[in-house]
Design a protein around this ligand. Structure first.
Ligand code: FRU
Length: 480
């Protein structure tokens, strides 16, 4: 059982039981989104790494499937999956393209990390092992993300040399023989011990010229993230099939994927039919991943999010939005207009799993906040500080002590401007995802209640404020 009264989220993915970490092998094929993930079949701590498996038609309701790639003499660490449409690998059967998984095999005896291939000819239900395809004799060489690069008619792999803080690029004609092309990194902005879980994709510039695109290189970092825990950065530039080059004038300051504590090891889907770039992250901070107080499953994914890129002055920002499939799970709308706030909290009749749009006019207030309070008085604050134009999620009084790194306050500074701000907030029992400034600022945080149901209220400090409008929809349970 999860701690009463069951903060297991209703529309975020968690395994049925045991330990889960990174999303792996994200690929769409024949109507199904596949979500493989780092999984320990034998317990709720990291170990015996295997690829767990689930499929979904809408990215929100998941069907659990048996383990796809088990631990053997090597653990099956993180990696990706592709559909080999041209059967370049020769793994296809009867004219049907194979699904090919490329993952890191970790040898627990020698500590070597090398890249392995396995393939499926039955829609990912069972995998046959091909074996090792790339070994540089390193203990810090992992997390291959592979995609088809049409201009060069080759497969490209981006993989990390983790402790060197490098992303390495390889190319292949057949997914089996790989040739080193170049390395990127380290950068001054990335001082973490490790780079992990890289991804590389091209995105439309949402506020750019028609058809304008840029490449984005994303890497997770084991520590020294936005709140000093783990997190992910991204870099914007160009990719020619061989090397990634930063956008001219790119300012080498950290560009965080997410400013909350709980977004790590992000990976994007390949083959999404309508061309969207959608990714998902493991909702944790590495510092307390083992202290997450849930049972029988420990580990949760964030919402899948659609990505675009935006120019912001001379700078670039990744923009994220909950996948639009979430809107079709919305229940009956609750709408409030022109709600005046002062220091006395105004109760709001809202549930624990919802999607909310909010327009706040701070007026004279020094802070405006929504509170989520449990029956024991533990409170999570989600708010805005107009003087510094910062949105925040404050966990300093949210739930019993889980870990020393847990009671924190995660902030995102909005771009210059004044007047009302609009926010999108998605809450699901023990996770909150806050999207601000067109999704260019995201804060993802988990929280754990002491007990009882959660209740919502809103208040303002230092003067009156106004909620111009609040629209909230409960998210209905999954129908499989
Ligand atoms: C990231 C990570 C990856 C590795 C996997 C092992 O959380 O450390 O670099 O492949 O987890 O489970």
């Amino acid at each position: 059982q999860w701690p009463a009264p069951d903060p297991r989220p209703s529309f975020h993915f968690a395994p049925e039981r045991n330990w889960m970490n990174d999303p792996n092998g994200l690929v769409f094929f024949e109507g199904e989104y596949h979500l493989f993930y780092q999984y320990n079949p034998h317990g709720d701590r990291w170990g015996h790494m295997s690829w767990g498996h689930a499929v979904s038609r809408d990215l929100l309701s998941w069907e659990h499937l048996p383990i796809a790639i088990p631990e053997t003499e090597v653990m099956a660490f993180s990696g990706s999956a592709v559909i080999d449409w041209k059967n370049t690998s020769g793994f296809g059967r009867n004219g049907k393209p194979p699904m090919v998984a490329i993952y890191t095999g970790f040898d627990p005896v020698t500590k070597n990390q090398s890249q392995f291939v396995a393939y499926s000819t039955d829609r990912g239900r069972t995998f046959s092992r091909h074996g090792k395809v790339l070994d540089i004799g390193s203990a810090e060489f992992r997390d291959p993300k592979v995609f088809w690069h049409a201009p060069t008619q080759r497969w490209v792999m981006v993989v990390v040399k983790a402790s060197e803080k490098k992303a390495a690029f390889y190319s292949s004609r057949d997914l089996k023989q790989w040739q080193h092309e170049s390395d990127f990194g380290p950068t001054a902005s990335s001082t973490s011990v490790n780079w992990e879980c890289p991804d590389l994709f091209e995105l439309p510039v949402a506020n750019g010229k028609p058809g304008e695109k840029r490449w984005v290189l994303a890497v997770s970092q084991g520590d020294k993230g936005p709140d000093n825990g783990s997190g992910g950065q991204y870099f914007v530039g160009a990719f020619d099939g061989k090397a990634f080059t930063l956008e001219p004038g790119w300012e080498d300051t950290p560009h965080w994927q997410d400013l909350g504590a709980d977004f790590y090891a992000s990976q994007s889907w390949s083959e999404v039919p309508d061309g969207r770039r959608i990714w998902i992250g493991w909702a944790t901070d590495l510092r307390y991943a083992h202290a997450i107080p849930t049972t029988p499953a420990r580990g949760l994914m964030t919402l899948p999010r659609t990505l675009t890129l935006r120019r912001e002055g001379a700078d670039w920002r990744l923009a994220q939005a909950p996948v639009r499939e979430l809107e079709s799970r919305r229940g009956a709308l609750t709408q409030l207009e022109d709600l005046t706030l002062g220091e006395t909290p105004v109760p709001l009749k809202l549930g624990e799993s919802l999607d909310m749009q909010l327009a706040i006019d701070p007026q004279l207030a020094s802070q405006v906040a929504l509170s989520l309070t449990d029956a024991q008085g533990y409170t999570l604050l989600i708010g805005y500080t107009p003087a510094t134009r910062e949105v925040f999620i404050d966990r300093t009084r949210a739930g019993p002590h889980v870990h020393d790194a847990f009671p924190d306050r995660n902030i995102a500074a909005l771009p210059p401007g004044d007047g009302p701000i609009t926010l999108r907030l998605v809450v699901d029992r023990s996770i909150v995802e806050l999207f601000a400034a067109d999704g260019t600022r995201v804060i993802t945080d988990r929280f754990f209640r002491g007990g009882g149901a959660l209740s919502w209220s809103a208040h303002a400090l230092g003067g009156r404020a106004r909620i111009q409008s609040l629209r909230a929809w409960p998210i209905e349970p999954a129908v499989l």
